[in-house]
Design a protein around this ligand. Structure first.
Ligand SMILES: NC(=O)c1ccc[n+]([C@@H]2O[C@H](COP(=O)([O-])OP(=O)(O)OC[C@H]3O[C@@H](n4cnc5c(N)ncnc54)[C@H](OP(=O)(O)O)[C@@H]3O)[C@@H](O)[C@H]2O)c1
Length: 338
């Protein structure tokens, strides 16, 4: 079948080699393939928005980790798309869905690939990849199931202006915590303070970062929502209060895990300060994570959740998009409009 926009073939982005470090455009290739047909019991989806997530680096790295993408396969991604044909009862042509539809124009999907129906009257497709997609779910799940807290505690969040971090900051503020953001540019400091609910924000690249951090958290740090690890996390650990809680959401500052990075050992601090340190992978808890949607929708309706977006145009932008994400060059949550 032809899509209304006249496409007769499918454009896909495939992985051509695994990446050591940050995946670059050269690790991917655009290929033209025949239009897929609707699989038995499944759906033919026309993607309208593709996600670009920091976690995709791990899926294509040289080390085989969770959710690894095989060389030669279409790059895995979340996407929002319209149902063109349906051979299953739950979805009808015209439904807008968010799911694992990958970096391609058309997806022949089984129902298990669908995460949920998308209400584009409430929010445009790209927001179902950010506020109501994996970024929002990761922020919500981390702050809901992986940490205990009481009002007015101080929480430090790294990659504070990013997809996950910008939502974590606003959610923390909404729940009565005092969020302090760590970012890599002065312009992002301003965004944290003016848009993302942070009480304080610090550029970790500044030479006086550690003293700024000390001034920003005069009573120490109760919770650390860590998206970076590395030296940024080392500085935060030095300010953790006894009984502090650490949520390990990401490790953006460690470019390569092929040899174990060196750094301070934490065992004694964990023991003596009675710290608790939890990690989570949102993909493993998608059913639970759906419980995030009502609160995140409510926050947006009330004006407590703002999303800044950086939308690339066209699938041709996909191969270089993960590198752009990590370079921090984007001016908002990155996605690709088709
Ligand atoms: N656990 C889960 O289930 C889950 C789910 C989603 C995401 N995550 C994690 O959450 C984190 C954020 O993901 P995202 O998709 O929202 O991406 P993002 O924060 O929008 O983009 C990544 C950011 O990482 C920062 N960065 C890059 N290289 C860095 C370095 N060497 N040191 C310190 N910071 C660096 C940059 O921000 P600055 O310019 O501010 O440095 C960049 O903008 C990632 O670590 C990701 O893996 C985890």
């Amino acid at each position: 079948m032809n899509h209304p926009n006249g496409r007769r073939r499918n454009t896909q982005v495939i992985l051509v080699k695994r990446a050591k470090g940050i995946p670059q455009a050269e690790h991917f290739a655009l290929v033209q393939t025949p239009m897929p047909s609707c699989p038995p019991g499944g759906l033919l989806i026309c993607n309208v928005a593709l996600s670009v997530d920091a976690g995709m680096r791990g899926w294509v790295s040289e080390e085989v980790g969770y959710a690894s993408v095989p060389v030669g396969a279409v790059m895995r991604s979340y996407a929002v798309g319209e149902v063109l044909e349906s051979d299953c009862e739950d979805y009808r042509p015209g439904d807008m869905l968010c799911g694992h539809f990958n970096w391609q124009h058309y997806c022949a999907a089984l129902p298990q690939a669908v995460m949920w129906k998308v209400d584009t009257a409430f929010a445009q497709p790209s927001l179902w990849l950010s506020a109501f997609g994996i970024s929002g779910l990761a922020a919500w799940l981390g702050l809901t199931d992986y940490v205990r807290y009481v009002r007015d505690e101080t929480i430090v969040i790294s990659t504070a202006a990013g997809g996950v971090g910008s939502i974590a900051g606003q959610l923390a503020r909404y729940r009565g915590l005092r969020p302090v953001g760590l970012v890599g540019r002065d312009s992002k400091v301003q965004l944290c303070l003016t848009q993302f609910g942070y009480e304080q924000a610090i550029n970790y690249r500044r030479a006086d970062f550690e003293s700024l951090l000390q001034v920003s958290v005069p009573d120490g740090i109760d919770i650390f929502f860590d998206n970076t690890g590395g030296e940024i996390a080392d500085a935060v650990f030095r300010r953790l209060n006894p009984g502090a809680r650490i949520i390990q959401c990401g490790t953006a500052a460690i470019v390569d895990w092929s040899s174990m990075p060196s750094g301070p050992r934490r065992e004694r601090e964990i023991l003596v300060k009675e710290l608790s340190w939890s990690g989570f992978i949102v993909l493993n808890h998608m059913e639970r994570a759906k419980a995030a949607l009502p609160e995140l929708r409510q926050m947006m309706v009330e004006g407590h959740l703002k999303i800044r977006e950086h939308i690339l145009e066209g699938i041709e932008q996909a191969p270089g998009a993960i590198a752009m994400l990590y370079a921090g060059d984007k001016d908002g949550r990155l996605s690709i409009r088709l």
